[in-house]
Write a protein that binds this ligand. Structure first.
Ligand code: SIN
Length: 527
């Protein structure tokens, strides 16, 4: 593999693949580094679908309004306008590239999810929408000869010289040795950090390394306190928290407590289709009230054949655990699902570090505000992945690749020797995040969490453990700073929204936490 390319994309989810395709179409050489196999990303596991304005009774203004309401006052209006208008074009383009969404008689089928005023969610193979996006994008990327996807390549850090990001350090999967690769620009598309919490719907790769790397490179991180907890993850002892899509409630699923009582109408008039943060907190309240570790998602009023066809993956997964979704109420509890915050970018994916771009869940574009509207994330990945790729190419017309020093000589992989310690550190952080920085937070729990994370951070750690604890610190510090409740951030000691906090939290390395009133900004590119 050459140690020089035009652009490096880190991550192979929807944002990374879309950015790569756009850059390759402009004639650029693109190297995609991904730490697992190319198809392994948060995108692959997305079930519900893609929210997009394509239905006859829908329009961009309605989608924009729903997104802004869900975002609880912290969305950037321009970013949302960009999402809902360009999103439709991006989906049509994807269909031209071969993506197949569920349809009936040639017409797309739209489903309902919480806080959408219209049925506007398209889906593929019932509940495997993300997998279809990945399949079609990988197939399209495969037709571009200038895209080189390197699987199992763990990126250790960004190279920043004279204030500009000029490349990355990574572990070469074949040589099993550290390498450097230089480029005109780096596009970070590593997804979110659901794994920071003990219970998560996210796959093992969602550890937030990209956020940590950007932070260490000097990038501004925005709104890290806003974590979305999905209300309905399958809750069985010794089983991963498998996502039971919100679309199940959209199709008529009912939440019941251990006595079989429907409880959501007592908490919110929108009942099961209230925004996710409300449903998640209501479930926690109901579990506490009734002394249980889960509530029940009841699909039994729906036709069995319909359920099997509409949710084939969920049907099969539940069957594996001896549950029939058509006849058994399913034990569910909330789990971490999505990070609204991340690398602060402008509307073209530019971070505050020249040469470093970002797209998808790893970013904070301002699209989601304090709470992401269901099924807006795949759309964000497509729209802002395309934009970031375009900006990276346009900004770098006069940029010369800095060839840097020679590759470092192989020195083994520090990660392996520290594997046991790394696992223990991670386990502890996940538990503390869940218990003290989770769905309900307060000053005392956050301070205790930060104290513990600071102690862990003082120790000698492997790269991945260092990334992990740093992210935990960023989330906990921002959560302590935000003395209010808004969207995905709930403080039991400050249960109301407060006007003085209608701002974004900004964190930068070696600087105190600060706030910014608006997130749209123009980072200067260095040419
Ligand atoms: C779901 O299917 O419930 C998840 C979709 C999303 O997170 O937008």
């Amino acid at each position: 593999m050459s140690s020089e390319t035009d652009f490096i994309v880190i991550g192979s989810g929807v944002a990374g693949l879309r950015a790569s395709i756009g850059m390759a179409e402009k004639g650029a050489r693109v190297t995609v580094l991904t730490k697992d196999k190319a198809s392994e990303s948060n995108t692959e596991y997305a079930q519900g679908g893609v929210a997009v304005v394509l239905a006859e009774d829908d329009n961009p203004e309605l989608h924009e309004d729903d997104t802004l309401i869900a975002g609880a006052g912290l969305c950037d209006v321009e970013a949302v306008e960009t999402l809902v208008t360009e999103g439709t074009r991006c989906i049509k383009e994807l269909i031209e590239w071969g993506a197949e969404f569920d349809s009936d008689g040639g017409k797309l089928i739209f489903t309902q999810e919480a806080a959408h005023s219209r049925r506007r969610i398209i889906h593929a193979n019932g509940d495997s929408t993300g997998a279809e996006l990945v399949r079609s994008l990988i197939a399209k990327a495969g037709t571009e000869r200038s895209i080189n996807i390197v699987p199992f390549a763990y990126t250790e850090g960004l190279i920043v010289e004279n204030g500009r990001c000029t490349g990355v350090k990574f572990l070469d999967p074949i040589l099993r040795a550290p390498r450097e690769i230089r480029a005109k620009g780096v596009i970070m598309c590593t997804g979110g950090a659901g794994q920071l919490f003990l219970h998560t719907t996210n796959p093992a790769v969602a550890t937030g390394d990209g956020m940590a790397m950007a932070y260490f490179a000097g990038a501004d991180m925005a709104d890290m306190e806003f974590i979305q907890f999905h209300p309905t993850a399958l809750s069985l002892k010794n089983a991963p928290r498998f996502l039971l899509s919100e679309a199940m409630r959209g199709e008529g699923g009912i939440l019941r407590n251990k006595f079989g009582e429907r409880f959501m109408p007592r908490y919110d008039e929108r009942a099961e289709l209230a925004p996710r943060d409300i449903v998640a907190r209501s479930i926690v309240a109901e579990m506490r009230r009734t002394g249980t570790r889960h509530v029940l998602l009841d699909m039994t009023a729906l036709d069995g054949a319909f359920l099997k066809h509409r949710f084939p993956k969920i049907y099969e997964t539940c069957k594996f655990y001896d549950l029939d979704i058509a006849s058994d109420p399913l034990p569910v509890s909330p789990a971490s699902h999505y990070c609204m915050g991340g690398i602060r970018t402008d509307l073209h994916g530019r971070s505050t570090v020249p040469g470093l771009y970002a797209a998808g869940e790893v970013t904070c574009t301002g699209v989601h505000g304090a709470n992401r509207l269901a099924s807006n994330s795949l759309l964000e990945g497509l729209v802002f992945g395309a934009r970031a790729g375009e900006a990276a190419v346009d900004d770098s017309r006069f940029v010369k690749i800095d060839s840097g020093g020679a590759d470092e000589s192989p020195r083994g992989i520090a990660e392996t020797s520290n594997a046991e310690i790394a696992t223990a550190v991670r386990k502890r952080i996940k538990r503390v995040m869940w218990e003290r920085v989770g769905i309900l937070r307060d000053r005392d729990s956050l301070r205790r969490a930060i104290r513990e994370f600071d102690q862990i951070a003082d120790a000698k750690l492997s790269t991945s453990s260092r990334n992990f604890v740093t992210l935990a610190q960023l989330v906990a510090r921002a959560a302590l700073w935000r003395e209010e409740s808004r969207g995905g951030h709930y403080r039991t000691d400050f249960p109301e929204q407060r006007d003085e906090f209608k701002v974004h939290s900004i964190q930068r390395m070696n600087a105190d936490i600060s706030s910014a009133a608006t997130i749209s900004f123009q980072a200067k590119s260095v040419v």
